[in-house]
Design a protein around this ligand. Structure first.
Ligand SMILES: [Zn+2]
Length: 138
């Protein structure tokens, strides 16, 4: 059995260009049994071509997503890490032993915060301008 949910006079959600919203519409003209041609907006009473609301939404969503996807500048992450770090800074040396959250003072890169321990003898450290993998525990 194949029945179409669409027919003239039935309610359908369509995107309305005038209201700029997906609203309830009434089908006024069908292109064929499966395809809606024109609809009338229940809100502004305008008759216009049917616009799939999911298509309209997808466009809006991808736009906002594009705007929202901003990677934090490394200096900002670094600043957060430093303010959350444990107490005093330690001078960096390969013989030193560091744990996550330690502030280390690097002669070349300046103050950094240990982010991850890698393979027991390496640490990933965030500095103001870059993330570096350093050796420790030697
Ligand atoms: Zn409308």
């Amino acid at each position: 059995m194949t029945t179409s949910d669409y027919s003239v006079g039935k309610d359908i959600i369509s995107y309305c260009n005038k209201c700029k919203l997906s609203l309830s519409h009434i089908i006024t003209i069908m292109k064929d049994t499966q395809t809606i041609h024109r609809v009338q907006c229940n809100t502004c009473k305008a008759t216009h071509a049917y616009k799939d609301p999911s298509m309209a939404k997808a466009k809006v969503r991808s736009k906002t997503r594009g705007r929202k996807v901003e990677t934090k500048p490394i200096a900002e992450i670094w600043l957060e890490a430093v303010s959350n770090a444990n107490g005093k800074s330690k001078a960096y040396g390969i013989k030193g032993s560091f744990i996550v959250g330690d502030i280390i003072d690097h002669t070349k890169f300046g103050p950094g915060v240990v982010q991850t321990i890698v393979d027991n003898d390496k640490i990933e450290v965030i500095f103001r301008h870059e993330i570096k993998t350093l050796i420790h525990n030697k």
